[in-house]
Design a protein around this ligand. Sequence first.
Ligand SMILES: [Zn+2]
Length: 54
Amino acid sequence: MEVEPVPMQATCHTEGCPVDGVTFTVDMYPNEAPPVFRAQCGRCGQPVTDLVPA
Ligand SMILES: [Zn+2]
């Protein structure tokens, strides 16, 4: 099954994180239906809960 990447804007809100409040646009792949998007901050390693479609 072919899955199209979905551009999402991910923003980390972890206190003290170097990229706290910085929004990154990333291509994400839904891994189930209905789509569930999971992202992890590349700087602090915490799950990013602030995900919005770009
Ligand atoms: Zn972070």
